[in-house]
Design a protein around this ligand. Structure first.
Ligand SMILES: [Zn+2]
Length: 321
């Protein structure tokens, strides 16, 4: 591949470019949070475990379902545990509330609602794109609440404060904040080729970038080199940052990188991945365009791996500069 291929307008990376102003200063003051809740423009998303509650579109003319309820509508559907102030959309307060998984499951029986998981919503385009970032924000922070009801320091039940952005321990006075877990996801590149791998969880034809959690005490670059060496046996040198993406399954931040491969022999760690091999830019271009002769595919545009592969197909080794 000698010239830069024209892949058209870049697709949107899922869960990014939120239209919400988080207005974090409002979280500090309980009276300000109460005023936001009382605002008639306030809307709330309901989530239970992996599930999100959507109102089905009423008319065939409406292409997408609606995840935003008034407080009265939401209260009539299920009692909520924690409530989080997500931010302001054109001045209108947006909240999210966590309900029990079993109650969310039970709402599937209602004909006017669609209750499904966020991956299905994102890949199926079930809601307007502007709703994906706040739903990702809601899922990550509500999932943190569900796993942190007790103080990890002393075991006492903790209290939700700061508009849902902190839990305080009344016993040992520890303050607990929502966590984001960094994951490195990368392409190891040698000339016109890069390495993709397959997880046993993938659809049979799909190949994606290698990925893994950054560990305590590690830089992003060190995590990239360690993961590629562990999973595929390839040593890497220079690492360049490309882009990042919130990935609320349950609370990751995907850090997308390209890495210069210093060796070419692949040694697969079968406990981590099912397979790995080199792919040329030409083959990757066929996969992105769903034109591969063996039907091989990349992840869809909602995932950061798609964008890492696409930028390598477009720009080749320049992604390492
Ligand atoms: Zn405590």
């Amino acid at each position: 591949m000698l010239s830069r291929p024209d892949l058209g307008v870049p697709p949107h990376l899922g869960y990014t470019a939120s239209a919400l102003d988080r207005a974090a200063d409002r979280r500090q003051d309980p009276a300000a949070v109460a005023a936001l809740e009382a605002d008639p423009r306030a809307r709330i998303h309901l989530l239970g475990g992996e599930l999100v509650v959507l109102r089905k579109s009423a008319a065939a003319s409406e292409a997408t379902d609606d995840p935003a309820f008034t407080f009265a509508e939401a209260a009539a559907l299920a009692p909520w545990r924690e409530r989080v102030f997500l931010g302001l959309r054109d001045g209108a307060p947006r909240f999210a509330a966590g309900i029990d998984k079993e109650l969310a499951e039970a709402l599937k029986a209602r004909g006017d609602l669609l209750v499904t998981d966020l991956r299905a919503i994102a890949t199926g385009g079930l809601v307007a794109p502007e709703y994906l970032p706040p739903l990702a924000e809601a899922k990550a922070v509500l999932g943190w609440h569900a796993r942190h009801r007790f103080c990890p320091n002393c075991g006492t039940p903790t209290r939700v404060v700061q508009g849902g952005w902190r839990r305080d321990c009344p016993s040992c006075k520890a303050e607990h904040f929502p966590r984001t877990d960094p994951v490195v996801i990368m392409l190891a590149i040698s000339g016109e080729r890069c390495v993709l791998g397959r997880s046993p969880r993938f659809a049979p034809t799909m190949w994606s970038a290698l990925a893994g959690f950054a560990e305590p005490g590690e830089t992003i670059e060190e995590a990239v080199r360690r993961e590629v060496l562990e999973e595929a046996g390839i040593r890497c040198g220079k690492v360049t940052y490309a882009m990042s993406q919130p990935w609320p399954f349950p609370s990751s931040l995907m850090i997308g990188c390209h890495a210069e491969a210093l060796s070419e022999t692949i040694v697969i760690d079968r406990s981590e991945i099912e397979d790995a091999r080199w792919f040329s830019r030409d083959e990757l271009a066929l996969m992105l365009g769903r034109r591969h002769p063996d039907g091989l595919t990349t992840p869809p545009p909602v995932a950061i791996a798609h964008h890492l592969i696409r930028s390598f197909v477009e720009d080749g080794c320049q992604v390492l500069e």
